[in-house]
Design a protein around this ligand. Structure first.
Ligand code: CO
Length: 178
């Protein structure tokens, strides 16, 4: 089975679906992960959730390069395929400047937990736990939000969110009218 995946953009209501946990990891999931990773790289993203390609299972892929070496105690970078990721502890807060492949052309500063401990299954079904900080931490929180039907704009002020969403609607209308 081949996946022809496309990134769904806001305000498509598909992005508001809450994803369900994966019971059994199959070859289909492994193929999906590979296809999602390829798509993410093609679009220059550092993270992608299955929700963004219209598949409502709790799967995210992440590829954060080393950008901040101040804090060596925690994992700050790396490439991860996460199935059923769950944040099991949080520490501190930080301001995170974020964008999203599903919200093209916009960024915003939002508050995130600074250090998180995440439990997940890798694509072979091995249970893993990592402690993430910095960009990796923000990225994982952003992608898990997608699995819960949330977008980073939901964490902005209402005025900023409304402005971005109305611009996205206009863009979409003009694309359809073309
Ligand atoms: Co996103």
């Amino acid at each position: 089975m081949t996946h022809v995946l496309e990134i769904i953009t806001a305000p498509d209501h598909v992005l508001r679906t809450v994803a369900t946990a994966v019971d059994h990891i199959t070859e289909k999931h492994q193929a999906l992960i590979d296809a999602m990773r390829k798509l993410m790289i093609e679009h220059g993203g550092i993270g992608l959730a299955a929700t963004q390609v219209g598949i409502h299972e709790r799967i995210i892929v992440i590829d954060v390069e080393l950008v901040d070496v101040n804090d060596v105690e925690y994992t700050q970078h790396g490439s991860f395929d996460m199935i059923n990721p769950v944040i099991i502890s949080r520490q501190g807060s930080m301001l995170s400047s974020e964008g999203c492949l599903s919200v093209p052309g916009f960024t915003g500063d939002i508050e995130r937990s600074s250090v998180i401990e995440v439990e997940f299954l890798d694509k072979f079904g091995e249970k893993r736990t990592i402690t993430a900080s910095g960009l990796l931490s923000a990225c994982i929180q952003h992608e898990i939000d997608h699995l819960d039907g949330k977008l980073f704009v939901d964490r902005l002020s209402k005025i900023k969110k409304d402005m971005i969403m109305s611009k996205l609607k206009k863009t979409r209308r003009s694309l359809f009218l073309r």
